[in-house]
Ligand binder design. Structure first.
Ligand code: C5P
Length: 263
């Protein structure tokens, strides 16, 4: 696997600063990470996209989600390119994800990729295969890394670690709104995955399906033996349940300034 446009495997003598933002899906970390990276002019790592790509490959090729060797090999062989977001102005998820020359950005964001991504993410050999790739994103002037284990495993020396969380209801609601917006914009044809036909016309049922899926994913991410989703001991926890994304950004920027990071 390589990430030609976004990172180089060249090591820097003095590593660039890292801001790690971890937390469950729907906590707002993706939006906050991309806005922070844009505000600071730093690089951005959306580590979840890597697991989503492998989940997508496994689905398409019929690779068993527990087949450690096949998953790690698929990850090593895939050519994954991220659009470099250095200098991006603002907005959520500005990254385009290109796999073996094909833009898969919309494909990996589909609801039905969430469970496969979470399943393959529990496989230690795959996490090992993705480890060095993630570390190679660390380049001057700095990196904002978004994921589940950025502050605990991949960048334990990050200068700032934020653990962003929210209630499962709030996260499911946000995910529902996000998928609806994507559907409206035409980037998704089946926002609720295989459940769509069953719940057509019923927003409440769709929301309930998303809530159940969110809980299942959280449970798997929190209880897996390798790199479980948990706050680093030195992370600052922000509960965004009652906060707007602007409120969260203001809190994150205050922490950035307090630590003397950025320009
Ligand atoms: O953040 P996102 O929803 O894109 O992540 C998809 C899945 O990838 C998560 O449910 C999680 O299982 C896995 N993941 C992970 N470690 C990371 C980032 C994501 O295990 N650092």
């Amino acid at each position: 696997m390589s990430t030609p446009s976004a990172c180089s495997t060249r090591r820097t003598i003095s590593p660039a600063d890292v801001i790690a933002i971890d937390g469950p899906g729907g906590s707002g970390k993706g939006t906050v990470a991309s806005r922070l990276a844009a505000a600071l002019g730093w690089h951005l790592l959306d580590s979840g996209a890597l697991y989503r790509v492998v989940g997508l490959i496994a689905l398409r090729r019929g690779i068993d989600f527990d087949d450690a060797e096949a998953l790690a090999e698929a990850a090593r062989k895939a050519d994954i390119a991220f659009q470099d977001t250095l200098g991006a102005m603002s907005g959520p998820s500005p990254i385009r994800v290109v796999v073996d020359g094909i833009d898969e950005t919309d494909a990996i964001r589909r609801a039905e990729i969430e469970q496969p991504a979470s399943r393959v993410a529990a496989v230690p050999a795959l996490r090992e295969a993705l480890f060095a790739i993630q570390q190679a994103f660390r380049r001057p002037p700095g990196l904002v890394a978004d994921g589940r284990d950025m502050g605990t495993v991949v960048f334990p020396d990050a200068r700032l670690k934020i653990y962003l969380t929210a209630s499962v209801d709030a996260r499911a609601r946000r995910r529902f709104e996000q998928l609806k917006q994507r559907e409206a914009s035409g980037s998704l044809r089946a926002p609720f995955g295989s459940d769509r036909e069953n719940v057509a016309g019923s927003a409440a049922a769709a929301l309930a399906a998303i809530r159940a899926s969110t809980e299942a994913r959280d449970e798997r991410d929190r209880t897996r033996p390798v790199s479980p989703l948990l706050p680093a001991p030195d992370a600052v926890t922000i509960d965004s349940t009652e906060m707007s994304i602007d409120d969260v950004m203001a809190a994150a920027m205050a922490l950035v300034q307090e630590r003397g990071l950025g320009r």
